[in-house]
Write a protein that binds this ligand. Structure first.
Ligand code: UT7
Length: 332
C-alpha cells in the first residue's frame, strides 16, 4: 500500500552574525585593492568577521537556539541537527554534534553536510525527506561558516570576498500545499580544482611544507566559477519550477546565493524578475557560503518582504562543484 508523505517546510528562521565588521576601507589597508574594485566587481561593501576565539559551532548554536525559541520548541523536541558547513570546528567530531550538545537536544541525531554554498539547500532538502516520510518531526538545519579562517590573508583575490555567519531553520510538518514543493540538487566534481583547499585532508595531510606553501587556504579560479554560476543559477531555478508545474512568472521572491552582485543580477535578468522580487544583501555580508541563503531569507521575513502563500525560490552554487535550488510555498 502506498504511504502518504507529509508536507514539510521551514517554520522558523534565525541568524547569528559576528559583530566585528571589516569594510572595504579596512581591505585597502591590508591589500593593494580599492573600494571601487571590490564594489564594482562584487557588490560587497563590508563583511562580518568572527573574533579568533569564535568557531563554527558557536555561531551555529546561537542561530539554532534562537530558531527553536521562535518556533516555541524545546531542545529535547529536536530529532535531528544538520550543520551544513565547509568550516567545521574540527574534522572530527562533527560541528553538528557540538551544536546538539550545547543546545541540549538530548534526543537528536546529528551530522555535518558538506555541499559548500548550496549546503543549506541540500540540508533543508534532506530534512524534508525525514519529515515527509514521518521518520522525524523536528529537524534543525544550520548553514554556518567561518570562512575567514580558510581565506588566505595574503590573497586579495579571495580574502575580500568572504564573511562569517550562521543561519538556522526549523523544518517541521506544515499544512497541505505549504512548505517545500520541490528541490533540484546537482554536482560536477570535474570542476573540483576550481574551488579547493588543497591540503589538510587525506590526499595531502597537513605538514610544515603544506603550511609553507599556503595549501591549507582556499584557492579559487574566479572567472571559471563565475561562468559556471551564471549558467546554473538560471538553469536550476527553471528546473525546480518545472518540477512543481510552475513558471518564472509565478516567483514572488528569489533568494539567490549572495556571492557576487553581477551573478545575482545576471540570474535576475535571465529570469525576467524585477529588482523588488530578488533579495540582495551581499553588500553587507559578503559571501557567507552555506549561511547566505538562510540569512537572506530571514532578512526578507523580518523586512516584511515574505508573505503567507508566497512562492519562494532559493538557488545556490559552490565548491564541488555543486548547485541546488528549492521552491517553497511560504507558510506553515
Ligand atoms: O560561493 C562561490 C564562491 N566563488 C565565487 O562566487 C566566485 C565567482 N567569481 C567571481 O565572483 C569573480 O571572478 C571575482 C570577483 C572573484 C573576480 O572578478 P573578475 O572580474 O573575474 O576578475 P579576475 O579574477 O579576472 O581578475 C581581474 C584582475 C586581475 O588583475 P590582472 O591580471 O587583470 O592584472 C586580478 O589580479 O583583478 C585583479 N584582482 C584585484 N584587484 C584589486 C583580483 N582581486 C583583486 C582585488 N583588488 N581584491
Amino acid at each position: 500500500m502506498e504511504r502518504k508523505l507529509r508536507d514539510a517546510g521551514i517554520v522558523s528562521l534565525s541568524t547569528a552574525v559576528p559583530p566585528r565588521v571589516l569594510t572595504n576601507a579596512d581591505m585597502e589597508r591590508l591589500f593593494d585593492t580599492s573600494d571601487e574594485w571590490i564594489r564594482s566587481r562584487t557588490g560587497i561593501r563590508e563583511r562580518h568577521i568572527a573574533d579568533p576565539e569564535v568557531a563554527c559551532s558557536d555561531l551555529a548554536t546561537e542561530a539554532a537556539r534562537k530558531a527553536l525559541e521562535r518556533a516555541h520548541l524545546a531542545p529535547d523536541q529536536v530529532d535531528l541537527v544538520i550543520v551544513a558547513t565547509v568550516t567545521p570546528d574540527h574534522y572530527v567530531p562533527s560541528a553538528a554534534c557540538l551544536v546538539q550538545d550545547r543546545l541540549g537536544a538530548t534526543r537528536a541525531a546529528a551530522f555535518d553536510l558538506n555541499a559548500a554554498c548550496p549546503g543549506f539547500i541540500y540540508g533543508v532538502t534532506v530534512a524534508r525527506q525525514f519529515v515527509a516520510a514521518g521518520t522525524y518531526d523536528t529537524v534543525v538545519v544550520v548553514g554556518c561558516e567561518v570562512l575567514s579562517r580558510v581565506a588566505d590573508p595574503q590573497d586579495r583575490g579571495t580574502y575580500v570576498l568572504f564573511g562569517d555567519a550562521a543561519g538556522a531553520a526549523v523544518v517541521r510538518p506544515v499544512s497541505p500545499g505549504r512548505g517545500i514543493l520541490a528541490s533540484v540538487l546537482g554536482s560536477d566534481g570535474s570542476g573540483a580544482p576550481h574551488l579547493i583547499i588543497p591540503a589538510g585532508g587525506s590526499r595531502r595531510p597537513a605538514s610544515s611544507e603544506t603550511v609553507e606553501k599556503r595549501e591549507h587556504y582556499l584557492r579559487m579560479n574566479g572567472p571559471e566559477v563565475f561562468r559556471f554560476a551564471v549558467r546554473v543559477m538560471e538553469e536550476s531555478s527553471l528546473q525546480v519550477l518545472e518540477r512543481c508545474g510552475l513558471n518564472k512568472e509565478d516567483i514572488d521572491l528569489l533568494v539567490p546565493h549572495q556571492a557576487n552582485i553581477r551573478i545575482i543580477e545576471s540570474a535576475r535578468k535571465r529570469l525576467g524578475l524585477p529588482p523588488e522580487k530578488v533579495i540582495v544583501n551581499v553588500d553587507r555580508y559578503g559571501n557567507t557560503s552555506s549561511a547566505s541563503i538562510p540569512i537572506a531569507l530571514e532578512e526578507a521575513l523580518s523586512q516584511g518582504r515574505l508573505h503567507d502563500g508566497d512562492l519562494v525560490v532559493g538557488v545556490a552554487f559552490g565548491a564541488g562543484l555543486t548547485w541546488g535550488s528549492v521552491a517553497m510555498r511560504w507558510g506553515s
